[in-house]
Design a protein around this ligand. Sequence first.
Ligand code: BGC
Length: 747
Amino acid sequence: MRRNTGLIKFFFPAIALYLLMQTVAAQNSAFTRLSPADSLKVETLLSTMTLDEKIGQLTLLASDWNSTGPAMNANYEQLIRTGKAGAVLNFYTVDKVRELQKLAVEESRLKIPLLFGNDVIHGHRTIFPIPLAQAASWDLASIEIAEHIAAAEASAEGINWTYAPMVDIARDPRWGRVSEGAGEDAWLGSLIAKARVRGFQGDGYSDGTHVLACVKHFAAYGAAVAGRDYNVVDISPLSLYEYYLPPYKAAIDAGAGSVMTSFNEINGVPSTMNRWLLTDLLRNEWGFRGFVVTDWTSLNEMVAHGVAADVKSASALALNAGVDMDMQGSAFLNHLGELLKEKQVTQSAIDEAVHHVLRAKAELGLFSDPYLFCNKKREQTEIMTKESQDFARKLVSESCVLLKNANNTLPLSPAVKIIAVIGPLADSKIDMLGSWSSAGKWEQAVSLIEGVRNRFGSQARIIYEKGCNISDSQVSGIEAAVKAARESDFVILALGESRDMSGEAASRTNIDLPGEQYTLAEAIIKAGKPTTVVLFNGRPLAISRLEQIAPAILETWFGGTQAGNGIADILSGDVNPSGKITMSFPRNAGQIPVYYNAKNTGRPFSNDRPDEKYVSRYLDCPNTPLYPFGFGLSYTRFTYSGIKTIVEGDRITITANVTNSGEKDGQEIVQLYIQDKVGTITRPLKELKGFKKLLIKKGETVNVSFSLSRDDLSFYHPDLKKYWEPGEFNAYIGGNSAEVISASFNL
Ligand code: BGC
């Protein structure tokens, strides 16, 4: 609730201040982290600030270094000097940050330090695989370490606030921003959201090496209709609670200090003015005590949404809904003063928003040392270290997913003497970075061909042909590429999307290989040499045609700085692939959305009656995806047997044997799915409820055990309460969501 700090004036300083601190401390566990000196600082500032200075703290301005929309304030330096900006984004390097922080803390009247924000989405200078790729590792510890390194590098260059994690669940790969998230599952997405927040923020973010996280985009941005970016969202309350909200909540529970509103509407109300979302749910129900920032000009965009006649009314709607800071729209800056005079907003609403922002600054340690994040020595020694490169390389190989490997095409045999590296993505460094590459330098990225040369250069001759471009209709290079393929013993064919074909404002309706790449693939594969496709992309692609002709397909996403080396580790067999996709790959775009946790319907399609007409099916395509959620192959083989369920009190234990029956040691991601067979409302056919990533030696059998409580089986009901219903359940264990062994139990 917006709090009335006007009372302070009457009792200030002693008694009221004490009482106020007690109340706020009781409401907000984060606040208890503040030292008494910082608490006093925040309250003292609040009581001495002018209205303009308060509004300044609610204003976030962007540089044009990286902008994703109109950069509106060319005069940001003057605004900082006069206390009319509380935070900036897209500025980094110690020198630049120090220069601006100096304006704030030496020239502005109250010397309030600035927040410095940036989109550190998958690394800062060391770029890690895109988030969707990292999710495919199912390795929560590694994901946390990646964010820890990202925070260390970003904070060494002056950044103290990242616009991450993006935790939007998405079932539509046409939406380019699936690359930034963890895929289609809310349960897994929640675990990853927590890991990311912990990685960015550490145990507390005032040590100068961690940064304030910003969970985005609140809420349900990933459900944009037809996968078109910025489009409306039309979602039932049940779906919202069950499939979209959990990861945001998980991130808040993990202590995320800020939240970004989304561009979309929910139930006709854009998030940036959605009081139910930002105040009733986020603050009052979930207990969030950080601050809420808009997305880039999303406040101003309420006019285009048609819910505010002008930016001024939009500003009132946003503040009254629970927005604390306006990103780049200058709407609060231009209109809050007038709105206060007209009593369209209250002083206490403004004060409360300022309080949220100042508290975050205090928690970051900025009042004790505004230059905490301006450490030249750290900037010189903690960026792109050998350790971070080694780790990035490991994460690349962990994120790769082997989609097909007929006749053990991969790994390359040591007998291979001539390797042809072909394709429009083979020699590209810049594409390796993917979208949102913060301050990553493309020149430092290892391309596929460099990685192949590094690994195989001393044992084989490497030849290269581009073949065709990524997305135009040129085919003149195909002939030379076929010649190179014929000369070689093995072909590595690098196909996919360019980095800017996914990410923000990068929706596509046709998600097959763009341009003439399929023509190239056909010609090369016809040359008859052992061939693997290496795919680069920021989303699941619809590659049914390619799947039919390619002997092997390795999904590598966009791996970041160490992409080429990490991929070569897989191609060579130095690392056995273990990644599993966290978003279903459709057979074609007409199937979208296709996701694993679908419901049965009243007329389910059955493989036993393939020609039945009046059932839920397509005439021209199976219902199943090309590659299901959780799918990924290994150079070895895992077999599942002996599933058992044991009910004890209110817990169920499910066990199964997993045998490595192949020829190599390997890691397997063992997955547990549950189906609630009869509910008061319909339930998905499968819901992921557990996983274990295990190293299993060749020939070894491991008994895997999962234990669930009744709570783990609970789900949202039409009253939006979550509880469990007794009855019969199916338990499934397997290496992906489609190929499983099963047993049932009653609980
Ligand atoms: C994006 C956000 C991003 C912001 C700042 C917006 O366009 O939607 O995800 O954090 O820009 O760069």
